[in-house]
Each structure stands twice: as C-alpha cells, then as structure tokens.
Design a protein. Structure first.
Length: 311
C-alpha cells in the first residue's frame, strides 16, 4: 500500500551518491522492515524506482535510502538528486523484501558500488547479533564508495579498482570459503556474474540485481490468452507484448516498476496454466511451485493462463 512520506534530510555521501531520510509527515511510526528490504518511490514524473533501505531497522520513525546518480539515468536517479530536497512529499510503497537475510553459520557479503545499500543493513544486523560475517566491498575508487566510514575495519575488506589496478580476482577470493558460508551479493551485473562463476555451488548465493542481465529468451515469443480470475474476461497477449502491457491495454492495471523481472512489483498469483518464467528474481523452487509469476517479462507455455487479477 502506498503512503506519503516526507524527505526529512538529504546528505552527500560520496561521488554521485545522496542519502535521503524519509519520515511520516505527522511523525507517526513507519512500517517495520528487515535487512534486504527495499522501497518503491513513485516519482511525480511518472516513474517508479526501487531503493534498498540502508538505515537502522530498529529506527521505526526513519527510512533511509542512498541513491547513485546514474550517468545514463532514464529520469529516475537524476530526478531524485535534483528534486527530492528536504520537505518534499513523495509516495512510497513497501517495504518489500526479495533479499532476506537467512540464518547460516557464517555470511560473506559482497558489495559492488551502490550495491552496498542492502548489505549495510545486513552488516549492522549481523554485527549486532555477534554473528560470524565478513564483507568484500568493491568500487571504482574510495571517493565513489558510500558508507566506508560506517563499516568495521576488522570485518570489511575494501577493494578500490584504482588502487589495485582493476577489479578483484573473485575466483581467488572465493576459492577457500568455509563450509556453510552463505554469500550475499549486490552490485552491477559483471560483479554478480563473476561471483556466480567463481562459486562451486550457486545454492550458497543470494543476489539482488539492479537491472536484468542481457540474455536471449530460451524460446521465441508466441501469443496466448490471459483470463482474469475474478471476471473470467479473456485478454489476448500477442507475441512481443508483455502480459503486463496486454492487461493495461485492456484496462486491467497491475502495479509495476522495473519492467525487467528484477523487482517483484508485478508479482501475480497464477490460478491455472503453465507460466514460462523469464524473470531474475524468483528462485528455482518458486518457479517450480508455480504459484506466482512476474508478468512484466514472463509468458505462458499453455494456451491460456488464469491469473488472479481484478478486471
Ligand atoms: S515490474 Fe519489476 S519484476 Fe515486474
């Protein structure tokens, strides 16, 4: 459910990174969240953007996000940097958590650039419970890396490319992980791909992506029908058109944000039919169970899909 929040503070953290504190306009407590959770901010320019919560989960009156101004901004981060000044009101959805911190004997957190944001909250939580954890924090240069001063030096290794002559050798870094280590990684796609390639078993890896990786779909698009579970109304989904867009064209609005299968905003319950999952968020188990699908990218293997959407 969306709520109005007020920007209470804006602080420059690092090159191109601004930290924003959000509070309820009347001072009420905000919904609780766990490390790994993110907010969707509905920008007045019509865009929706997800930002990981990076403050203290124990602070029930403040949500904190840190936003990198993307050089190739499509209007999201540039707008946030230029217009979200203290006192501004904005609509926010969430918190939603697709990247929850699971219990494990030990945790390794691998952050790339602004990917530090969800991992900072995890580090705070793990440190508070005296858990066995460490972090590898990678970035172009220290001046571009937010929160460096907030991380315990005995747990965190910083890898600045400009000091080390390039990105880290992740195969060497991950060659001798202790059994039971759960690895959390957030950052740009090349970093995630390198971590995936270096680990012997991706079952020990949890990732959060900013953008979908560039991969060709396993099968060519074909048309099918979606049936709205409530009314029984049938909506054709032609080849090359997403379920989300086909439904929107028929006047059936489903909330969406990334439209790349990475944020989870459009997750929709499947009542019948066989989805063809093309997202980068649901686990293999969730895909096999087939209870939900992300309709901005996923399609159908069956001639019709019955979805739990209101007509
Ligand atoms: S809109 Fe983000 S996963 Fe569909």
């Amino acid at each position: 459910m969306s709520r109005t929040v007020r920007i209470s503070q804006s602080t420059w953290l690092a090159e191109g990174v601004v930290r924003l504190e959000l509070r309820d306009p009347a001072g009420a407590a905000l919904p609780a969240w766990e490390p790994g959770a993110h907010l969707s901010l509905h920008l007045p320019n019509g865009l929706t953007r997800e930002y990981s919560l990076c403050g203290d989960p124990a602070d029930e009156h403040t949500w904190t996000v840190a936003v990198l101004r993307e050089p190739s901004s499509r209007g999201g981060s540039a707008w946030v940097h230029e217009r979200l000044t203290p006192g501004t009101l904005i609509e926010a959805d969430g918190p939603r958590n697709n990247f929850a911190l699971e219990d494990a004997p030990r945790h390794l957190l691998i952050a790339g650039g602004i990917g530090i944001t969800p991992l900072l909250a995890m580090a705070t939580s793990l440190q508070r419970r005296d858990a066995d954890w460490s972090m590898l924090y990678c970035g172009r240069s220290r001046s571009s890396m937010a929160f460096l001063g907030d991380l315990p030096a005995d747990r965190v290794r910083v890898h600045a490319d400009d000091e080390r002559g390039g990105p880290p050798d992740l195969a060497a870094e991950l060659a001798h992980l202790e059994p039971g280590t759960l690895v959390y990684c957030c950052g740009p796609e090349p970093l995630i791909a390198a971590v995936e390639a270096a680990l012997p078993d991706t079952g020990m890896l949890r990732v959060e992506r900013f953008r979908a990786p560039a991969v060709a779909p396993a099968t060519a698009d074909a048309g099918f029908d979606v049936v709205c579970g409530g009314s029984g109304r049938r909506v054709p989904v032609p080849a090359g058109v997403s379920i989300l867009d086909a439904l929107a064209g028929a006047g059936v609005a489903v909330p969406s944000s990334c439209r790349e299968g990475v944020c989870g905003t459009c997750e929709t319950k499947v009542l019948a039919g066989e989805p063809e999952h093309r997202d980068f968020l649901l686990s293999d188990d969730e895909k096999t169970a087939g209870g939900t699908m992300l309709i901005c990218v996923s399609r159908s293997r069956s001639a019709e899909l019955v979805l739990d959407v209101e007509d």
